[in-house]
Design a protein around this ligand. Structure first.
Ligand SMILES: Nc1ncnc2c1ncn2[C@@H]1O[C@H](COP(=O)(O)OP(=O)(O)OP(=O)(O)O)[C@@H](O)[C@H]1O
Length: 580
């Protein structure tokens, strides 16, 4: 059973069809050599007048010749059966058995046992003991979460685990696993695991008391279906937090401060009030305490209503930034000076229900755009006059087959030489207003009695054509575009220092509400302040920051940022990656 006869191919010398012979014949050619030697010997003996018949008889009946002929017969038999080894180490095994045999001077009984052992080995090796599993369904979603089924036998001991309910989603989680308890000893339930079913009863949306009731009523075996805790969760901070200013933190020294836009690796969420997290890219191996999402939200609400002054300051910042941004816009974005959305936004952002209060943390995951998917929408934002429009225009001019901006809509009459869909989509006032009512505009506004706006349909159109869509908008418009479909990548164009502005903007022109196309004069400090204000207020939405110092350098940097955004893994909200 430990041999394999290898077939080799040879060609007959007479160009006859290819024939296959086995290595047995090679072995046989050795035997024939010996036999021919024997015949030679006999021939010489005959020549010396010796009794040849006698000698020939003795030679042919020699034991070694018989042994050689037996080997030949065996090889022929192997050729017919074509045996192959069951184990790659079979020759080693046979050697071991051989040594054992020699060392133990085995009797015929022992030899019989060894033979039986080897034949048992062969029959076991030939059998297939793998469990036969049904094939996986073809339509299984790629991101299907792995479910673990845990079976515990209930005795008079408690389960040794506590549960908690996520008040936002109604999901039930394992809160703690008591050391040495039944759940702990099973090694199958861990804190943070999502409990899906208990004995076939779905528990999502139930109150913890109702789940406990199901457990109490269960006897014998209890079957849990859980989605295991994925371990780390990554969150983007949407608010600022300082533990030294928080009287409720159990240990301020163990707390971790963070700012809006920071990426946090949350390593422990087992406590309902205090999580443990590290800031990324992380240098510190030790995690710090941060308030849980629900804790932070209730803190914010409390603080908000307790401090009317802060609300007033917030309103003031909004109106200052509105005032600053209303001052400088160039011709392309002239209509924004009286943007309706902006006015409405500056009111709604003062409300305690603003998004920042609703989601103090945004769960994020790394995402890489698959090549067959639309490009991500590229949004440029920056303080008025910083050069957002200039950068966008240069980028498109450099590579018009790759980059494109959406064609805006307007109610102004079409001029000679213009084509609808090229410079603008020329529409009636009624259609424009209908589109406004149906939330089709990212931004819209009025200039010299005419309406102008950028629609989401125009953005879709650019992306559908396989181009990269670049838009520059007011920062409060970002929220409107943060959708799973567009997966926007936001680049903040930041102002350099006033000194650098003065050096680089010598030939620059600006347009304000009052003066058209005037040179930059003493606006640099104001521009830098407006840039800082904008960054402080919206940085949680920025994916990248680009300082617009030297124009050519800024253009090169912008190209490389966009390439990375489209082709390399980036953090995005997990909700953008989920399949419905
Ligand atoms: N890095 C730079 N170096 C020199 N000049 C620049 C630079 N960036 C922009 N400019 C010039 O500054 C002026 C304002 O730029 P731009 O119109 O792009 O500003 P903006 O941020 O779009 O503001 P607005 O919306 O008010 O037009 C333009 O004359 C532009 O050519």
């Amino acid at each position: 059973m430990f041999w394999k006869v290898t077939d080799i191919e040879i060609k007959s010398p007479l160009n006859s069809p290819t024939v296959f012979v086995s290595t047995c014949f090679l072995a046989f050619s050795g035997v024939t050599d010996i036999l021919s030697g024997v015949v030679d010997d006999v021939g010489q003996a005959v020549g010396r007048n010796i009794d040849g018949a006698q000698l020939l008889y003795e030679l042919l009946s020699a034991p070694w010749l018989r042994s050689l002929l037996k080997i030949y017969e065996c090889l022929l038999q192997f050729q017919r059966l074509s045996p192959s080894p069951f184990l790659p180490y079979a020759s080693g095994l046979s050697h071991e058995v051989h040594i054992l045999h020699i060392n133990t001077h085995s009797t015929s009984t022992q030899a019989g046992m060894e033979e039986a052992l080897l034949s048992t080995h062969d029959s076991v090796a030939q059998s297939d003991y793998e469990p036969v599993l049904p094939p996986l369904p073809d339509d299984l979603p790629d991101d299907e979460e792995a479910m673990r089924i845990v079976c515990l036998v209930k005795n008079n001991q408690p389960l040794g685990a506590t549960i908690r309910r996520n008040e936002e989603t109604g999901e039930i989680y394992i809160a703690r696993v008591i050391h040495g308890g039944l759940a702990d000893r099973s090694g199958l339930l861990h804190s943070g695991d999502l409990l899906v079913e208990v004995n076939g009863n779905p528990v999502g949306g139930l109150e913890p008391e109702e789940v406990i009731q199901i457990l109490t009523n269960s006897h014998g075996t209890i079957l849990f279906k859980v989605i295991p805790n994925p371990g780390q969760v990554y969150m983007k901070a949407m608010v600022d937090y300082c533990p030294l200013q928080d009287a409720s933190i159990p240990c301020p020294d163990a707390g971790m401060a963070f700012s809006r836009g920071d990426l946090l690796e949350v390593v422990d969420q087992s406590d309902a009030h205090w999580w443990q997290a590290r800031k990324l890219p992380c240098a510190a191996s030790c995690a710090g305490l941060i308030p849980s999402a629900s804790m932070l939200k209730s803190k914010q609400k409390e603080q908000w209503w307790r401090q009317p002054l802060q609300r007033f300051a917030h309103d003031l910042i909004n109106s200052i930034s509105w005032f600053l941004s209303a001052g400088f816009r160039r011709s392309f974005r002239l209509w924004r000076r009286t943007s309706y959305r902006k006015r409405r936004q500056s009111c709604t952002t003062c409300s305690p229900n603003s998004n920042a209060l609703n989601t103090p943390y945004e769960e994020v995951a790394l995402y890489q755009r698959p090549p067959q998917e639309n490009h991500r929408l590229i949004i440029l934002v920056g303080a008025p006059g910083v050069g957002v429009n200039e950068l966008r225009k240069r980028l498109i001019k450099l590579n018009p087959s790759t980059f494109q901006s959406p064609v805006p809509h307007t109610t102004r009459p079409i001029r000679p030489g213009e084509q609808s869909g090229t410079e603008y989509h020329f529409v009636t006032k009624e259609l424009f207003e209908y589109m406004v009512c149906n939330h089709r505009f990212v931004e819209y506004g009025e200039s010299k009695g005419q309406l102008y706006g950028t629609s989401t349909d125009a953005i879709d159109e650019v992306l559908r054509r396989g181009r990269m869509c670049i838009i520059d908008i007011e920062p409060h418009g970002i929220q409107f575009l943060r959708t799973k479909k567009l997966k926007p990548f936001v680049i903040f164009v930041k102002a350099p220092s006033p000194e650098r502005l003065r050096q680089t903007r010598r030939d620059a022109r600006i347009i304000t509400n009052f003066t058209i196309n005037r040179a930059f004069t003493d606006d640099f400090v104001e521009l830098e302040e407006a840039s800082q204000l904008m960054e402080a207020k919206y940085r949680q939405f920025f994916d990248s920051v680009l300082v617009n110092d030297d124009l050519q350098d800024a253009c090169i940097q912008l190209c490389s940022i966009i390439q990375q955004a489209q082709n390399e893994p980036q953090w995005i909200p997990v909700s953008w990656g989920r399949t419905e």
